[in-house]
Design a protein around this ligand. Structure first.
Ligand code: SF4
Length: 386
């Protein structure tokens, strides 16, 4: 598979807000279950023979007409476009929807869904937060058991712990491919444009994981063969875009303005668990312990260490060998914007240069971002980064 054909396929999947690839699988007899950002246990959906589908809104391709009527004006854009997609029938291929405890907006959307789609299985996932680790592990393992039982019933299959272990092993490999893609970009950003990386990862949100393994590996092979020469760009980490996704044009704009994105938190649910999950013993406990003990640092997860938030950005910048940090959060995103002062204070204390702005998934004008990021990159080049 050539690089062009990989990126072309990924772009087609990204632009297909009608989820034609999912609909085709559903027509062929497989069921599909959607999940909202940030983290949902895709392994459990897969273990029941169903297709996990990331629901990331309509980006800049959906005109919000009815979705706005469901929400006040001062919340983020994501739930409006998700409601718009639902009301237009584009999510009818999903037999179930999982709503993680990302924020109040997504929690409330789970309630709205029960009214909007009474025939769909709806579950609010109360992720383990802020207790003793052993209690959180026990709590979340029990939630996973119940979810597995429910989804098996939805799929019309028996609950099988062996199949769940197989799915855990498969998703361990998926996360390894995602991490390899991130390492490749960090080490050679000139070979891995962030727009392409993002499209490949978005493909993984609607593709079966078995296919994504091959797809991601094929892209990695193309990257390894690349002879692109590095430019004199600044290396930046983008922080704050973990839920509502930035428009593709914004990602492209940052790089065109002279910034190599060498790490980010886009679609971070695909790599929330940072270590391989145990594939022996009780699979619910294994999956639960991995979330409790080895989740990425993200504003939607409780941070027990009072100084922990201030170390996040310096650590990210050091690991990515970044010159600076761009805080890019969706407008009205409570988790991102509440954490930003602490994250920024940590960055400034460590003398990591940073800028900040807000976006919406349907932002259409990028000139101001281009000027801001271009000036930031030039300033780093002229006066030095860290
Ligand atoms: S963008 Fe922020 S506020 Fe909106 S649903 Fe996501 S986490 Fe919640």
């Amino acid at each position: 598979m050539s690089r062009e054909s990989i990126v072309k396929q990924a772009r087609e999947l990204y632009e297909d807000i009608n989820l034609a690839s999912v609909v085709a699988r559903v027509r062929a007899g497989q069921k599909a279950v959607g999940y909202l950002p940030v983290y949902a246990p895709r392994e459990v959906i897969h273990a029941c023979g169903m297709l996990p589908v990331g629901v990331h809104g309509g980006g800049d391709q959906v005109e919000i007409i009815r979705g706005d009527a469901y929400y006040q004006s001062y919340i983020c854009h994501l739930p409006r476009s998700v409601v718009e997609l639902a009301l237009s029938g584009r999510l009818d291929c999903l037999s179930g929807m999982l709503f993680p405890s990302t924020c109040d907006v997504i929690r409330n959307l789970s309630g709205a869904w029960q009214v909007l789609k009474p025939d769909t299985y709806v579950r609010y996932l109360d992720l383990p937060q802020g207790g003793a680790p052993e209690l959180m592990t026990e709590f979340w393992a029990e939630e996973l058991r119940v979810l597995h039982r429910d989804l098996a019933r939805l799929a019309g299959v028996e609950v099988s712990q062996d199949r769940l272990r197989d799915s855990i092993a498969l998703y361990n490999r998926v996360r390894e491919v995602v991490r390899a893609l991130y390492r490749a970009r960090r080490d050679h950003p000139e070979r891995v444009p962030s727009e392409e990386l993002y499209l490949v990862l978005r493909a993984g949100e609607v593709m079966p994981p078995e296919e994504f393994l091959e797809f991601g590996a094929a892209y990695l092979a193309e990257v390894a063969a690349s002879t692109a020469s590095p430019r004199d760009n600044s290396r930046v980490v983008v922080v704050g875009a973990f839920c509502e996704q930035p428009p593709l044009g914004l990602i492209k704009t940052l790089e065109r303005a002279g910034c190599y994105i060498v790490d980010d938190d886009f679609l971070v649910g695909n790599r929330t668990i940072t270590r391989p999950v145990a594939t022996e013993g009780d699979p619910y406990v294994a999956l639960s312990a991995a979330v409790v003990h080895h989740a990425v640092k993200c504003p939607v997860f409780y941070e027990p260490d009072p100084g922990g938030k201030k170390r996040v950005v310096p650590d990210l910048a050091r690991e990515a060998r970044a010159d600076g940090v761009i805080f890019a959060a969706p407008s009205f995103c409570d988790p991102a914007l509440l954490d930003r002062p602490m994250l920024r204070a940590g960055a400034e204390a460590a003398e990591v240069p940073c800028i900040a702005f807000k976006y919406s998934e349907n932002t259409g004008q990028f000139q101001q971002f281009r000027e801001q990021a271009g000036t930031f990159s030039d300033a780093i080049k002229l006066w030095g980064g860290r």
